[in-house]
Design a binder for this molecule. Structure first.
Ligand SMILES: *[C@@H]1O[C@H](CO)[C@@H](O)[C@H](O)[C@H]1NC(C)=O
Ligand SMILES: *[C@@H]1O[C@H](CO)[C@@H](O)[C@H](O)[C@H]1NC(C)=O
Ligand SMILES: *[C@@H]1O[C@H](CO)[C@@H](O)[C@H](O)[C@H]1NC(C)=O
Ligand SMILES: *[C@@H]1O[C@H](CO)[C@@H](O)[C@H](O)[C@H]1NC(C)=O
Ligand SMILES: *[C@@H]1O[C@H](CO)[C@@H](O)[C@H](O)[C@H]1NC(C)=O
Length: 522
């Protein structure tokens, strides 16, 4: 019987103990569709207003540092960090103020941790960054002063010694939304944006010493959406209107797109299952395929420069739970498959969709109710997806990934290659298993692997299975990566590593709401 048909039959026909089965063919050498996946494919976008809470001011924020370092240990490089977003277009410059000065609107139920409405920045990052410059205020003098200050910060000996580099400069956050958020009158067009961008970019090119051979480059676009055409706001429109042929435009290295899967300020299990679903993730990312192709045709890099599950800083009970870890994993791997070079997951202090909460919180990130005792810094379920991905990518610096053809609407798979050798695979079962479900109803699928093609290293004899154990799709805590927890007070892993070795002929079981990493042995 075809596995697809078997899958379609109601589970009750089989009873709880019978695992469903699925055959998957894994090519032994990378197919033509395999794409490079960088060690820092999972990167972070930080809201600029409270960025110093992440880094620490007078002393380092060790919790945040450790969570970045855990990833570095697995994939060889730490995540890149983009500092910008909504608060970037409200940041002015004040050389007299040490770190940051902010004013915050009152929290509300749906937005317990609002972005600051005005910010003054003088201190600059102590890590490798992409910095966002204000275009909302369109103030050339302010842009000039900020670029001077940034240049000074990145030339400090301690910054250089630590290998901290300014990779990118982004001028303006989501200019396509300027009329909506009051920065411009309605009717603001992409050609107006291009001329404003060029005026500021021409000016700061000199201060930042951006040249065709400098490390620092401009990153273009940072649009909230895309028209995917030569009209409206899109990479295509930027190219069509000649941005790249202008002197500062020729110094753009990367096109950055922003995307959220939707906007829900309240949610439920059905919304969580939708988010996790394979077809939903594929649709949400593949709509950018024409933009990616147009960008690659210009020899530019294409990144998802700000993204996460749902706007509203995430949806309570959806963005902050175990199921969101599987959404994150499938999203970031499928992103590599469609040609996105890096995925910058957006984070703000107390936001619901954070991978990491880097400081203690005194009111609930879910509904703003005061907490009787502060919630200490901690990782959220999505962090495990970053860990799993970092381990799957590994430190080779040349890993490629290719999506596997899996005949099941709830299960996705990816093969990883180093050089021409198949080394690992990831499988994700995004069927939601909820806290309210009876344990014996947790469905499990037996996956049989067969291997296709030939490989110098010989055929695969066995593989090691490491599981991401998620107690429930709608649970906030208790995840374990191969027996290890990251839910610790210092963000470092704790526990006894658990993996199992299986003969290829036996296959493996994948439960509802679970992901596995297979490492192949010959
Ligand atoms: C999986 O492999 C086992 C052992 O080779 C075999 O008995 C079973 O039929 C296979 N299942 C499927 C769905 O191919
Ligand atoms: C940039 O703008 C500032 C402020 O208006 C001005 O003083 C400076 O000369 C400009 N630099 C360049 C290279 O245009
Ligand atoms: C532009 O920025 C400069 C430097 O921060 C400031 O002095 C000036 O008032 C600003 N201009 C306007 C119109 O806001
Ligand atoms: C993401 O996919 C879902 C399901 O197809 C769709 O309802 C939603 O509108 C998509 N999100 C965006 C922003 O297009
Ligand atoms: C085996 O691999 C070849 C080349 O990568 C591919 O064209 C073919 O479709 C694969 N066959 C299966 C059954 O996956």
């Amino acid at each position: 019987m075809l596995p697809g048909i078997l899958q379609a039959l109601p589970f009750a026909l089989f009873g709880a103990s019978l695992a469903l089965a699925l055959d998957v063919t894994v090519p032994l050498s990378p197919p033509a569709t395999a794409n490079r996946i960088a060690g820092d494919h999972v990167s972070f976008s930080l809201e600029q207003d409270r960025w110093l809470d992440w880094s620490g001011t007078t002393s380092r924020n060790d919790f945040f540092f450790n969570t970045l370092d855990n990833l570095r240990q697995l994939s060889g490089v730490p995540p890149q960090i983009r500092i910008g977003a909504n608060s970037q277009d409200r940041t002015n410059f004040n050389p007299g103020i040490d770190f940051v000065q902010t004013t915050f609107p009152a929290p509300s139920k749906n937005v317990p941790y609002p972005e600051a409405s005005s910010i003054v920045t003088e201190n600059f990052p102590d890590t490798r960054v992409i910095w966002g410059l204000n275009l909302g205020q369109n103030n050339l003098t302010a842009g000039y002063l900020v670029s001077q200050s940034i240049t000074k910060a990145f030339e400090l000996p301690e910054v250089r010694q630590n290998g901290i580099v300014l990779d990118g400069m982004i001028i303006g956050n989501e200019p396509d939304l300027f009329p909506v958020n009051g920065h411009r009158p309605s009717g603001y067009s992409v050609s107006q944006y291009i001329s404003e961008w060029k005026a500021i970019a021409s000016n700061v090119t000199t201060t930042l010493k951006i040249t065709s051979s400098s490390n620092t480059k401009f990153w273009g676009a940072a649009f909230a959406a895309s028209s995917h055409s030569n009209n409206g706001f899109s990479p295509q429109a930027l190219f069509y209107q000649g941005l790249l042929t202008s002197p500062p435009g020729s110094l753009i290295s990367t096109i950055s797109q922003h995307a959220y899967s939707g906007s829900f300020c309240e949610g439920n299990g059905a919304l969580l299952q939708d988010l996790m679903t394979k077809a939903y993730i594929r649709g949400n990312l593949s709509r950018f395929a024409p933009d990616i192709a147009a960008t690659r045709a210009q020899n530019l890099d294409y990144v998802m420069g700000e993204t996460n599950s749902f706007a509203c800083h995430g949806t309570p009970g959806v963005s902050n739970v175990g199921g969101a870890a599987l959404w994150t994993l499938d999203y970031l791997l499928y992103g590599a498959q469609v040609g996105i070079s890096r995925i910058f997951f957006h984070q703000g202090i107390g936001f619901k969709y954070n991978l990491i909460q880097p400081v203690a919180l005194t009111r609930s990130p879910l509904d703003a109710t005061p907490l009787s005792s502060p919630l200490p810094p901690h990782v959220q379920p999505q962090y495990y997806a970053a860990i799993l991905a970092a381990e799957a990518i590994g430190p080779s610096g040349s890993t490629r990934v290719s999506e596997l053809s899996v005949g099941d609407a709830r299960i996705s798979g990816y093969a990883f290659y180093e050089g021409n050798a198949l080394v690992r695979a990831v499988f994700i079962n995004s069927l939601a298993f909820y806290a309210g479900d009876k344990p014996e109803t947790r469905r499990s699928t037996r996956i049989n692997l067969s291997f296709n093609g030939s490989q110098a290293g010989g055929s695969v004899k066995s593989f090691t299975v490491k599981r991401l154990d998620i107690p429930h799709a709608d649970g906030e805590t208790g995840l374990k990566w191969g027996g290890i927890t990251y839910e610790t007070s210092n963000g470092r892993p704790q526990g006894q590593s658990q993996t199992t070795k299986v003969d290829v002929s036996i296959g493996f079981d994948l439960r509802a709401t679970e992901a596995v990493l297979l490492s192949f042995n010959r």
